[in-house]
Design a protein around this ligand. Structure first.
Ligand code: NDP
Ligand code: GDR
Length: 383
């Protein structure tokens, strides 16, 4: 390959959390980035609007294509046109709870979708040119077999999402072994950010904490507070995806922080970020979180009205509708292989991630506070 020519990347799921961070990352590295975008009745490009380029411009380095992982011919045509050096297959129905409601669609998009990408590369004769990254997941480990979970820990998926991703994982390994393709799985543990989807637990919490502080919401309803997750920052994790495609040999890697935290502690830490102390009491569905103290100086520093924070107020309740039919209780990753072979290490720890998310949501919710003061209605979604 001509080393002066910019590399070409194709990202499926470019409008999602990781797709947006990865597109920014690759553009900074001088790549030409193509992204797959689903048709939607409303604009769905909020996360990438800051890097969007007018299609009338010549010499664009960020180009969007309409498509869907369930549409083979569409994927074949785009990959043929784009001739990518690297494909990052990030598109997926990525919500574990929703996968119980839409199991067949999830299998099609997340499982067979991966096959469609790999087979397009093979059919188009690109197997020696195009490297493929598959967005695999710690959900593959499911029912705990051993901790911390590493590349050699057995899988036991616990949701239609995880079962679909298991197919995606193994078909990636199979195409690597059968056809000599450079295809690898990043087994990524949970990673979050200020642009995390609003129905994943961390973002649901940080949005609600900001809204409660600003007097826009009374309560946060959650499911299993005892689940433990290894949470990192998406910014760190997209770098690992890229590193995986820059090696001499394609392999699979766990990407994680190695630290696990309960949902309950994440809630406590998010409130504490604003100077609000929440204590939990009760068991199972009767468990609740109550404000027991606040740091008035901190509230004033953040311009949060002190009268919004009422000691004794119940701000967290458990709602059984958020429980999953089968749960993943404990995830904690062992990223030793990524540290030693890729030279990857996260820059963010959980307190830094929380600070980033809570501060961002506080700014965002100030807009809603402003609208409410102006007499406009603000919408509360309870998903
Ligand atoms: P998001 O849910 O934020 O983004 C998913 C992206 O996939 C969106 O761009 C979405 O489009 C797109 N998409 C969904 N279905 C289709 C389809 N049928 N055809 C084409 N595009 C589709 O997920 P994340 O960015 O958080 O995650 C990226 C990938 O990594 C996913 O595959 C996820 O399963 C996996 N993963 C994520 C982890 C995490 O903690 N974030 C951890 C491990 C794995 P639209 O915007 O239109 O909805
Ligand atoms: P997860 O993320 O299922 O790990 O999948 P999510 O944030 O949805 O759940 C984490 C844990 O929190 C518990 N929980 C709740 N979850 C949600 N969404 N809403 C609630 O109200 C709630 N209350 C408690 C859950 O039961 C769970 O134990 C994410 C996704 O990004 C996947 O695509 C990815 O593969 C994995 O992370 C790694």
């Amino acid at each position: 390959m001509d080393s002066n020519k910019p590399k070409i990347a194709f990202i499926t799921g470019v409008t999602g959390q990781d797709g947006a961070y990865l597109a920014e990352f690759l553009l900074r590295k001088g790549y030409i980035v193509h992204g797959l975008k689903r048709r939607s009745s409303l604009f769905n490009t909020d996360r990438i609007d800051h890097i969007y380029q007018d299609p009338h411009l010549s010499n664009r380095n960020f180009i969007l294509h309409y498509g869907d992982l369930t549409d083979s011919t569409n994927l074949i045509r785009i990959i043929q046109e784009v001739q990518p050096d690297e494909i990052y297959n990030l598109a997926a129905q990525s919500h574990v709870k929703v996968s119980f409601d839409t199991p067949e669609y999830t299998a099609n998009a997340d499982g067979i979708g991966t096959l469609r990408i790999l087979d397009a590369v093979r059919l188009l004769g690109l197997k020696d040119k195009t490297r493929v990254y598959q967005a695999s997941t710690s959900e593959l480990y499911g029912l705990v077999q051993a901790v911390p979970q590493s590349e050699t820990t057995p899988f036991y998926p616990r949701s239609p999402y995880a079962v679909a991703k298991l197919y995606g994982y193994w078909i990636t390994v199979n195409y690597r072994e059968a056809y000599g393709m450079y295809a690898c799985n990043g087994i990524l543990f949970n990673h979050e950010s200020p642009v995390r989807g609003e129905t994943f637990v961390t973002r649901k919490i940080t949005r609600a904490v900001a809204k409660i502080a600003l007097g826009l919401q009374d309560k946060l309803y959650l499911g299993n507070l005892s689940a433990q997750r290894d949470w990192g920052h998406a910014k760190d994790y997209v770098e690992a995806m890229w590193l995986m495609l820059q090696q001499d040999k394609a392999e699979d890697y766990v990407i994680a922080t190695g630290v696990t935290t309960t949902v309950r502690d994440f809630v406590r830490m998010a409130f504490a970020e604003l100077g609000i102390e929440v204590e939990f009491s009760g068991k199972d569905e009767a468990e609740k979180g109550v404000i027991i103290d606040c740091d008035e100086a901190r509230l004033r520093e953040l311009d949060i009205p002190v009268e919004n924070i009422k000691l004794g107020q119940t701000v967290v309740k458990v709602d059984a509708q958020y429980f999953r039919p089968t749960e993943v209780d404990l995830l904690i990753g062992d990223p030793t292989k990524a540290h030693t072979q890729l030279g990857w290490a996260p820059k963010y720890d959980l307190p830094m991630l929380l600070k980033d998310m809570v501060n961002s949501d506080l700014q965002l919710m100030r807009k809603e506070e402003y609208l409410k003061k102006g007499g406009f209605s603000v919408m509360n979604y309870f998903e």
